[in-house]
Design a protein around this ligand. Sequence first.
Ligand code: GLA
Length: 341
Amino acid sequence: MTDAGTASTIRAEAPGRVNLIGDHTDYMGGLVLPMAVQMGTAITATRGGGRIELTSARVPGLLSVPLPVQDPATVEPSWGRYVAGVAAVLGATEGLVGTVESDLPLGSGLSSSAALEVATALALGDDGSPLEVARRCQMAEQRATGVPCGIMDQLASTAGVRGHALLIDCATMEITPVPVPDRASVWVVHSGQERRLVGSAYADRRAECERAAAVVGPLPSAALERIDELDDPVARARARHVRTECDRVQDFAAALSAGDLATAGALMVASHRSLRDDFQVSTDGLDRLVEELCALDGVHGARLTGAGFGGCVVALADPGVELRGWQVHAADGARVVDVDD
Ligand code: GLA
């Protein structure tokens, strides 16, 4: 990141992300394969003063937070909690006055909150590496919402590579860009149900996985026979999802690199079934949409993307196929642009 200097206007842009495969694996040290997308969130602001004052182009009202921030979870309007969470984690004392714009659909599984956090961090002058910024934004999301989320969304937003999905090993934090073939078109289709991540379901799933890992060790490399022997049926099913999903991520990355869209699509469908049956984060609406999309000519596969509980489906299709959603392209990660004032 370049230092924008004093009192100049800066613009921090951060993309949303779609996860092609590998859900509910990041917080257990597993594999994920997201890509940053061309839609995102931008903050245009002047640094200085002791408050963050931002207006949003699509939500009325002013966010006005005095620094330093003590309790981000109580900030109103509620979108400001993500901003305040970042300010709290960074220990920011120098404020910002400006605007937020976004073309990401909210609450849908395209990580509008991660994009807002990353844009905020850059706007506040965080000049860490993509991994460092992502870690701080993950912490900010946890403080803002109380949800013990993993690092995938924030890291996809900071580390995106144009034309590539990112194979991330969340145990080692190694990132391997995987080219998305020109012949593959990626669509995000909304189920019509708003995703509700805040709440206990996500934390419950994570706790169930941790219960399993306490017996069989790290889930991504645990022996399936040992997982099958777990007494607790819920922990067993959650662990089976994580273990098999990590294999699918690996196989999907290989299939994508080889341009084998049929295999990649079949792995997406298997991932959806595992999220539906073993992890139980799907909904009837998501299941129906996956089935409908998979029945269309030129669609190789589809699955819920992100946390589940509503939100969006990601589909892999041939070029020329038109679906009722957003066609997304793999984009570069977040950046700061100097703006002349
Ligand atoms: C949310 C979390 C991520 C990840 C996904 C599920 O998007 O923020 O860390 O756990 O759910 O894969």
